[in-house]
Design a binder for this molecule. Structure first.
Ligand SMILES: [Fe+2]
Length: 312
């Protein structure tokens, strides 16, 4: 559990339509509670305007239109709160949800689309060929990465390592969950990582590693990236163990030791995310992964992801 001082909660407060509080699991994160009435009215507006998931997929402007609905109903301050939190180095993350509204998974796609478009623009997700991707974790899996392998730890990483476009933020929404024990999203803020100094000042911190994606990602290009880089004079990270291709024993050991150090850091948060809630984090200084699930033949969990860039 992270031990961050209370003064980092600079965006906490109450408005007529939502409340911003410290997240119960970490003072690095906030939880935004929308008034249930606002969520209800948001989906009324969506239905009155006949906006479906297919409509959002086919017509990009509708994605901004639903973000506009949420902003209109909650007050324009919501967008500033979201952007301020995501940009704030002391925090950079929050959770928000549909407040127990009885909804279907298409509604969750619509809600997450509104949130993503308050933050910026989602990147094209080559895995799904859409601006978002939904992926299910079950008892068995035949894929070529750890994404869907339920009983393995999915190691800490950032997203967008093997694509040639900025990935400033990441959104993950819990769509469905049955017979799932474990499998929490694991999160680590870079400034809470005890070995940050050691690895970010190593000569290999600025070495350009080659990243290649496996076939399921539908990304053929190779990218060269340094593990650490600076934004506003603070170290940021771009790392995933599976897709980095070191060229020497020394480079390999640097990556392996870095990964091991992050996995075993005592400040890793195992986030409890109810169905209908989403988490958004700054992808430049938050690492994410997934705990292993407990074995269950009926395991069935679905997450939605969107990752993108800031536009403001
Ligand atoms: Fe990821």
């Amino acid at each position: 559990m992270s031990t961050v001082k209370q003064e980092n909660l600079k965006f906490a407060g109450v408005s007529e339509t939502y409340e911003v509080q410290a997240h119960p699991q970490s003072n690095r994160l906030y939880h935004i509670s929308m008034k249930p009435e606002i969520v209800k009215r948001f989906f009324q507006r969506v239905r009155e305007n006949d906006i479906s998931v297919q409509r959002l997929e086919y017509t990009p402007y509708e994605r901004h239109v639903v973000a506009g609905f949420l902003l209109e109903l909650s007050g324009s301050g919501l967008q500033d709160v979201i952007l301020n939190i995501l940009h704030d180095r002391d925090s950079g993350g929050f959770t928000i949800g549909v407040q127990g509204e009885q909804l279907n998974t298409d509604d969750y796609v619509i809600f997450s689309t509104a949130l993503a478009h308050l933050a910026g623009l989602p990147n094209h997700d080559a895995m799904s060929n859409k601006y978002y991707a939904r992926f299910t974790v079950k008892d068995t899996d035949d894929s070529d990465s750890y994404l869907r392998q339920a009983y393995r730890l999915f190691t800490m990483h950032t997203d967008g390592t093997f694509v040639d476009e900025p990935t400033d933020w990441l959104l993950m929404m819990k769509m469905h969950e049955a017979h799932a024990k474990g499998g929490e999203s694991r999160l680590l803020h870079l400034d809470d990582w005890e070995d940050l100094e050691k690895f970010s000042t190593d000569p290999l911190a600025s070495h350009e590693f080659t990243y290649k994606a496996p076939p399921s990602k539908n990304v053929a290009q190779e990218i060269k990236r340094t593990v650490f880089f600076k934004v506003n004079n603070k170290p940021c990270i771009c790392f995933i163990d599976q897709f980095a291709h070191p060229e020497s024993i020394e480079e390999a050991n640097y990556l392996k030791n870095l990964s091991h150090s992050m996995e075993s850091d005592k400040n890793v948060i195992e986030l409890e995310l109810p169905v209908g809630d989403l988490v958004m984090v700054n992808n430049l200084f938050w690492l994410h992964g997934r705990a292993a699930f407990e074995k269950n033949p009926l395991l069935d969990r679905e997450l939605l992801r969107q990752r993108g860039r800031f536009t403001k």
